[in-house]
Design a protein around this ligand. Structure first.
Ligand code: SF4
Length: 252
């Protein structure tokens, strides 16, 4: 089953295509939790959960009742067609981890529909879920923003760093780039070496880094250290524009 958490038309807030008008589909479920990012969600019963800034798209137990079950590609096409969009608008699949659904025939059919209609389709992925390019060649036409998780996510190394998976994506996809989330404290404590080691494992690809944060205040706190790091390494600095503008992550 495919679960849709939200859809919205906005500008891309992160990565290489920052600022580009994009229609977002946020799918539910993730193979990680990333408690190291320290974002807190308070539930109706007063209890709190800790995870990443899209915990509401990760934790099915706590938030799944608000997710929309998608059983047919026509549902996604209908949503897509309900927006007054430029004819070649970018479409971004995010989550959660959208590649958890990469073998779902409904998602495959929707990607095929978008590619046939000349849309750039970007998957924002943690790069730890394999894509079957042989069986589903349409994915070769997609863009992959590879957000390999670092130790500041608090996920175990063997789970978050999967070179066989990200190298297959880099090799087969139309376009891909690394997008790391960094913070001032972790950079002081050796995150730089970690990123170097991951990039060394990869086939050649672009690297961008963005400041950690689920709020404007936190993003600003880590911005200067992230810029200094990018200048030193020659990496592209990526802001988190949606958070800086709207101070939130949901629906923007
Ligand atoms: S991999 Fe991404 S969506 Fe999943 S828990 Fe980590 S930051 Fe959140």
């Amino acid at each position: 089953m495919l679960y849709l958490v939200e859809h919205f038309y906005s500008i891309q807030g992160e990565g290489k295509y920052t600022g580009v008008p994009s229609l977002f589909f946020r799918f539910g479920g993730c193979n990680m939790r990333c408690e190291g990012f320290g974002c807190v969600e308070t539930l109706d019963n007063g209890s709190t959960l800790v995870g990443c800034d899209t915990l509401y798209a990760v934790d099915k137990h706590a938030f799944g009742a608000m997710w929309q079950a998608i059983e047919e590609v026509e549902q996604l096409v209908h949503i897509f067609q309900s927006y007054p969009l430029p004819s070649d608008v970018d479409v971004v699949f995010t989550g959660g981890e959208p590649l958890l659904h990469a073998n779902n025939p409904v998602l495959v059919a929707f990607v095929e529909y978008l590619i046939v209609h000349h849309h750039r389709v970007t998957f924002e992925t943690n790069s730890a879920v394999a894509v079957d390019f042989e069986r589903y060649p349409v994915y070769k036409s997609c863009v992959f923003a590879l957000s390999v998780k670092l130790s500041n996510s608090a996920e175990p190394y063997s789970k978050r760093v999967r070179p066989e998976i990200f190298n297959a994506i880099i090799t087969h996809a139309n376009e891909s780039f690394f997008k790391f989330t960094v913070d001032a404290q972790s950079l002081e404590q050796g995150l730089e070496d970690e990123i170097d080691a991951i990039v060394a494992l990869a086939e050649k690809t672009e690297v961008s880094c963005m400041p950690k944060g689920g709020s404007r205040e936190e993003v600003e706190h880590h911005t200067q250290a992230t810029i200094a790091y990018c200048k030193k390494k020659g990496f592209r600095y990526s802001d988190r524009l949606h958070i800086r503008i709207w101070d939130q992550n949901k629906g923007v």
